[in-house]
Each structure stands twice: as structure tokens, then as C-alpha cells.
Design a protein around this ligand. Structure first.
Ligand code: PPS
Length: 568
């Protein structure tokens, strides 16, 4: 039974004294350093946000959730909450053993009493939970390329919640929200889930939804992990605070949810409903394409636009929370106000700015009208997303050894320095291997570490408004994609495939390495005895066999200009 919204929800924490004792004892246990996503999951497990889960799923629950959206005992639960670990770590753990779960600074947050250990069929998980085993889905990509190969399951004993230093006053556990609603006499509360800044249309629709449900409103944005490329939560929270002032006083509250989203559309909507129920809400707004992951690798939507609403509606009783339809609100010019799209009288002029158009206007520094958003929100967004010509960016050259990456990158660097305006750093393959990665060899593991280091440095440069030019071989698609995601959190990533053929590289053999590789004197040599996965979605492909270096660098400059990164 789920506690009614006015009663406390069970948490997994032990008392303060027991926690202190456990912490001391846990010093002797094997420790797992949690990933950022696992920290989010653990926080909601411990504070009751994931009630009725009592820990990370064991194998029987996992199989049942993947197949039927239910725990083994039949309780509705749509999302596998699993603790993925490396093979090396898993080899040290046996069911029956306790392990300490630590945050990234080494603080012990919980003890996991391991009941199950298994290697999941990730493709099946992808198909069943996310609808397709397609790496274009961010959670499927995470599953295959970031999550460890072995899952550990078992009950969790909570010692302490993860510490957050930002927006402490706005973060509430389910029980804190339940107590708040009780204190305020809020009996009906409609939750609004969001991972985006709110504009006027959102404010109108949420206010209308609350009025229709005769409920108070909880703006409940996700600040844990959202879709790669989303606006960072610091900016969003400043925007939410500005919008909060636009609601009539004491009708609406803002609280931050440290959830790691999976972008799983219909299943995610059901999951969001259960989480909001646990936080004491009675209603939730579910929109068109709720928690949608974008397009699949064939350029089509992963889920139908109303699939999330349908699945939610089907399970409303079990979720224990009512769905409120998201009314699409549009601005009617003649009436100078927002109205539900289906109520607009014929002949009226309807104005709208799509998300893509908003991003374009921000990146080009163009006007964003007052009818669309609030001036405070626009100002915040402009501070975070200056025009592209003022943002940092990364040009990432990839190609075989001797393809001409470094030569073109060097030529591009001086051309950019001639233009001026932003500092330029060249992270050349050879230079990086000397200064950052001197201990690494050329195994897949070492190459991946090398590229992630380059990605990390480039993302810092990009974040701070500079230009990073990278020129490693970077032979693996998944690693290049991980770097793209790191950079795109802060600015533009331009992948340039220097597509010189193996034959041409070998014929040039400027460093004499191909001859050595053919003679077997250099092992794991890219193109000869090691793979190179050519990019299929690079922003630019350069054929060095048809153009000289100056022209190749010029092609990149033209690309940067067309992307609005230079020139304005
Ligand atoms: S990777 O795969 O991206 O980590 O490689 P990278 O850091 O770019 O280093 C490539 C340079 O190292 C030299 N070198 C080798 N390359 C490929 N395979 C093997 N086994 C190898 N051993 C040494 C080579 O000079 C590469 O430089 P470039 O500039 O690409 O020719």
C-alpha cells in the first residue's frame, strides 16, 4: 500500500547513531565509487522517491521490470534501477556480501547487501525498456557505452544523503514536501515535470492546469541528469525563480528533483508519476511527447506523440495520481493573450516560437519578443548562451596516422589567430601523448583514456570561451561521441574527418611508422593491425588527396563561418 499523500513515506535511512556506527564498520568493507547517475538513483531510493523499492533491483525484479513493467511481486514499476559495475569489481563480490557505496569524494552514503550478481542482456533491456536497441537514444547509448557489464542488486541501508551545496533551500525529500503540503493545507497538488526553462506558454498552461484540477501547483524540475545538451540546471533554476513570481502568491511552489532521467517516453511518464505520488502530489501534467529522446537513427521519433499519455492513463489507478492533460497554449496576436490551441477562433493570428527557433535566435543574438518569454528569463539565457560568435568551440580532427590532421590543424590555428578574438589551443595527438598521456600505449583501453583526456581539456577550454583544436587519431566512434557530449554541454563540437585513404597515408609514410608496422615492429598500428571506425556523421569530411593544406584549412574556416562560430 502506498501511504496517502498526507502520511510520511518510508525511507531507507537508519538513525543517526546507527549511521555513525555503520560508517565506522564500513571502513573495512569493499567500496564501490558511485557514478553520477548512481548517486541520483541512490538518493531517491534512500529518501523514498523510488518507494516501494528497497534497494537496487535483484535479478528476478529486473527481469520482471524489463519484461512487464512490474516487480516480481506484481507491483507496477517501469524503470530498471540497477547498480552497474565493472567486471574487475564484480569479480571481488559474491552474493551475501556487504559493500560500501561511496560518492565521488569517497564519503560513504550507504551499504548494499548484495543479493544478486548477473550480466544483463543489454540489447533486450534496450528493446523492452526504451523501445529500440538504437544508440541514438541517450539511455541506450549510456547502457552500452557507459554502464558497466555486471549488475549488483540487493537492499540498501542508507547512511547519509548525497550532499548538495547548490540551491539547498529548494531541494526537498518526499517527506519534506509532504510535510510542507500538510502545513500549507494543500490537499490537491499538481506537479509539473520539466527539464527546460519555462516561458510564458508554460506559465499559462501550468496555471490553467492547476485551476482546472482545483489544485495548488508544484513546479518540480529535474536537476539531476537530463538529456545531453540541455541547458544546465543552474541557469534553469534562476529562470524558474523568476517565473515563480508570475503566479498569484502562495498558489505555487518550486522544488528541485535530483532525478537522473532516461528519456524513456511512456515508461518514463509512468515512473515520473510514481515519483510525484511519493512526493505527496495528487496530479501530474503529462504533455505531448513526455520525456521524449528525440529522433532515432533513421530520423524518426522513438515514440508516438501521445503514447506517454496513453500508458499513463492505462495505469493511473495503480500509480495513484491523476493525469492532467497538457493543453498546448498559443499566443493570439489580436487578443494579446495565450489561449488553448483548440479554443482559438478561426481567422485569428497565432504566434509561436519553436525550441529550435529560440536556440537560433539566442545563438545569433536576435530579438526574443516579450509575448514569448519573460525578460528576466531571456536575460538569463543570453548570459549562459551568448551568440555563437562569442562562444567557445572545439574542432576535432580525426583520421589515420599521417592523414594530415596535425598539418591542417596547425594551419587552421594560425588562421584563427590572425582573426583574433578568442584564445586558440592546439591539442595535437603527438603533443598530448607527450604531455598528458605519456604513460599510455595503444590498446583500446589506453586510446579511450587518451581521447577522453583530450575531450576533458577541450571541454574546459570550450566552457571558458576559447577554441580547442584537437588532432588525435581517435579511432572509436563511441569515444568520439562521448567527447562530443562533453563539449556540447558548453559549446559547439565540429568533427572533421580527414579522410585520407590508408594507401595514401602509407605511400606518404612521413614518420616511417607504416613500414615498421608492416614489418611487425610496431604492434596495434591503426589501419594495419588495429581498427579505425570512420565517422558517419562528421560536420566536415576533407579529402587531402585532392586539395593542398591551405585549402583544407580554408574549408574548415568556411564551415566555422557557416555555423556562425566566426565572422560576426
Ligand atoms: S589515439 O588512437 O587517438 O589515441 O592515437 P594518438 O594519440 O592520436 O596517437 C597517434 C600518434 O602516435 C604514433 N603512434 C601510433 N599511432 C597509431 N597506432 C600505433 N600503434 C602507434 N604507435 C605510435 C603516431 O605517430 C600517431 O601520430 P599521427 O600524428 O596520427 O601520425
Amino acid at each position: 500500500m502506498t501511504p496517502a499523500s498526507t502520511m510520511p513515506i518510508p525511507e531507507l535511512f537508519v538513525s543517526y547513531d546507527s549511521a555513525e556506527k555503520l560508517k565506522k564498520e564500513a571502513g573495512d568493507l569493499l567500496s564501490w565509487d558511485l557514478t553520477p547517475r548512481q548517486i541520483c538513483d541512490l538518493e531517491l531510493l534512500m529518501n523514498g522517491g523510488f518507494f516501494p523499492l528497497k534497494g537496487f533491483l535483484g535479478q528476478a525484479d529486473y527481469d520482471s521490470v524489463v519484461e512487464n513493467m512490474r516487480l516480481a511481486d506484481g507491483t507496477l514499476w517501469p524503470m530498471p534501477i540497477t547498480l552497474d559495475v565493472s567486471e574487475v569489481f564484480a569479480a571481488k563480490v559474491e552474493p551475501g556480501q556487504d559493500i560500501a557505496l561511496r560518492d565521488q569524494e569517497g564519503v560513504i552514503l550507504a551499504i548494499l547487501s548484495v543479493s544478486d550478481k548477473w550480466s544483463p542482456d543489454k540489447s533486450r533491456e534496450a528493446e523492452k525498456v526504451f523501445g529500440a536497441d538504437d544508440l541514438a537514444h541517450p539511455a541506450v547509448n549510456y547502457l552500452h557505452n557507459q554502464a558497466g557489464p555486471v549488475y549488483l542488486g540487493g537492499p540498501v541501508t542508507g547512511i547519509q544523503a548525497p550532499v548538495h551545496y547548490d540551491y539547498r533551500g529548494l531541494r526537498n525529500t518526499p517527506n519534506e514536501l509532504r510535510a510542507y503540503f500538510r502545513k500549507m493545507g494543500w490537499r490537491r497538488v499538481v506537479a509539473f515535470q520539466t527539464r527546460n526553462p519555462l516561458h510564458r506558454a508554460h506559465q499559462e498552461l501550468t496555471f490553467r492546469a492547476a485551476k482546472e484540477a482545483q489544485a495548488n501547483l508544484l513546479i518540480h524540475p529535474v536537476v539531476g541528469m537530463t538529456k545531453p545538451g540541455d541547458i544546465d540546471h543552474f541557469t534553469r533554476v534562476r529562470c524558474y525563480e523568476a517565473v515563480l513570481d508570475k503566479y498569484p502568491s502562495s498558489t505555487t511552489s518550486l522544488s528541485l528533483l535530483n532525478l537522473a532521467m532516461r528519456m524513456a517516453g511512456p515508461r518514463e511518464a509512468v515512473w515520473h508519476g510514481i515519483i510525484r505520488r511519493n512526493h505527496g502530489c495528487t496530479h501530474m501534467i503529462v504533455g505531448r511527447d513526455h520525456a521524449g529522446p528525440g529522433k532515432n537513427s533513421a530520423g524518426e521519433d522513438f515514440y508516438g506523440p501521445y503514447e506517454a499519455q496513453e500508458l499513463f492513463r492505462e495505469h493511473e489507478g495503480e500509480i495513484g495520481l491523476e493525469m492532467v492533460d497538457f493543453k498546448q497554449m498559443v499566443y493570439v496576436q489580436e487578443r494579446a493573450q495565450y489561449e488553448p490551441a483548440d479554443e482559438v477562433e478561426p481567422g485569428m493570428t497565432v504566434l509561436n516560437i519553436s525550441g529550435t527557433e529560440l536556440r537560433r535566435r539566442l545563438s545569433e543574438g536576435l530579438e526574443i519578443p516579450d509575448w514569448f518569454s519573460f525578460p528576466e528569463v531571456v536575460e538569463e539565457l543570453r548570459r549562459t548562451r551568448p551568440a555563437r560568435s562569442k562562444q567557445g568551440f572545439t574542432v576535432f580532427f580525426t583520421g589515420l596516422s599521417g592523414s594530415g590532421k596535425s598539418t591542417i590543424a596547425n594551419a587552421l590555428m594560425v588562421k584563427l589567430m590572425e582573426l583574433g578574438g578568442r584564445p586558440v589551443t592546439l591539442l595535437d595527438g603527438d603533443v598530448v601523448r607527450k604531455h598528458l598521456s605519456s604513460e599510455l600505449g595503444f590498446s583500446k583501453e589506453h586510446r579511450d583514456i587518451n581521447i577522453r583526456r583530450i575531450g576533458y581539456v577541450a571541454s574546459e577550454i570550450t566552457k571558458n570561451g576559447g577554441i580547442a583544436l584537437c588532432a588525435p587519431i581517435a579511432p572509436y566512434t563511441a569515444t568520439r561521441r562521448a567527447v562530443r557530449e562533453m563539449i556540447e554541454a558548453y559549446g559547439t563540437f565540429v568533427e572533421v574527418h580527414v579522410a585520407t585513404s590508408l594507401e595514401a597515408c602509407e605511400a606518404r609514410d612521413r614518420k616511417g611508422l607504416y613500414a615498421l608496422a608492416r614489418a611487425g615492429k610496431i604492434k596495434e598500428f591503426t589501419g594495419i593491425s588495429d581498427p579505425y571506425e570512420a565517422p558517419t556523421n562528421a560536420e566536415l569530411v576533407i579529402d587531402t588527396e585532392k586539395a593542398d593544406v591551405d585549402n583544407c584549412a580554408h574549408q574548415v574556416l568556411l564551415k566555422l563561418e557557416s555555423l556562425g562560430l566566426i565572422g560576426a
